[in-house]
Design a binder for this molecule. Structure first.
Ligand code: ADP
Ligand code: MG
Length: 231
């Protein structure tokens, strides 16, 4: 792969990004000040709604990077519509696909922590291996952001319970592991069910043939950011 953005070494602070106040407050609560190298390399794309495929090792702060993009976008959308995100929406705004139940729950928790100062933001996680009934019941109030495993997300969309016609942000987290877990068909089914006009972000610890094909097929003119193992 040919990275079109090499990593930058200068340290950057979250303060310097001019993020919306509620996000800055949450970052301060969480005591995050300096960006990781992966965050420095990927945030320009993430904040300008440019599709991106990021190859970076585990522990490099990818969750926070895409969570900032999801919540910044959600706030901008609420501003544009002249209303808060409590409106009578039917479709979710952001969808995050993860390879495992544990990861989906951790990611949802991290997004909730970052959304702590944004009133009425609903972040739900839907994973397999538990009853679908309560998940369907909870969808009477449409969440803003949904995090889940591909099998269960596909089931919920198919049943007409999870509405995705206005999804504006898609995250494929640990995309290589999603494929390793055998979720390729479910993931592609979901990708085809989403609006074509959207901001897509793919994260992976490896960037082999299958991930490259996925990037070419489902992302639009994606920036490829490869972060070396320096963190
Ligand atoms: P990855 O998804 O790249 O494997 P995570 O997003 O799970 O990594 O982040 C790994 C750890 O680093 C988490 O505990 C997270 O809270 C922490 N972290 C992320 N970004 C920062 C930061 N800018 N400063 C300090 N800690 C951070
Ligand atoms: Mg991760």
């Amino acid at each position: 792969m040919t990275p079109n953005n090499t990593q930058q070494n200068e340290a950057s602070t979250f303060q310097s990004l001019s993020l919306p106040l509620p996000i800055n407050k949450a970052l301060a609560d969480l005591k995050y000040t300096q960006l990781t190298t992966t965050q420095t390399a990927s945030l320009p794309y993430l904040l300008q709604n440019k599709d991106i495929a990021v190859k970076a090792k585990t522990g490099s702060g990818k969750t926070l990077a895409f969570s900032i993009s999801l919540l910044t976008g959600l706030l901008e959308q609420a501003d544009d519509m002249g209303e808060t995100n409590t409106s009578n929406k039917t479709s979710i705004y952001g969808l995050v696909l993860c390879p495992t139940r544990e990861l989906a729950q951790q990611v949802a928790e991290q997004i909730r922590l970052l959304a702590k100062h944004i009133p009425n933001t609903k972040v739900s996680s839907f994973v397999g291996g538990v009853a679908i009934g309560p998940q369907i019941a909870s969808l009477v109030h449409t969440p803003d952001i949904v995090v889940g495993t591909p099998g269960r997300i596909m089931d919920l969309i198919r049943k007409g319970k999870l509405k995705v016609e206005n999804v504006q942000k898609l995250v494929l987290d640990e995309a290589d592991r999603i494929l390793d877990m055998g979720f390729s068909d479910q993931m592609e089914w979901i990708l085809k069910a989403l609006p074509k006009q959207r901001h897509s972000m793919l994260f992976s610890a490896t960037y082999g043939g299958a991930i490259e094909r996925l990037t070419k097929q489902y992302l639009r003119q994606a920036g490829i950011v490869e972060v070396e193992n320096t963190e």
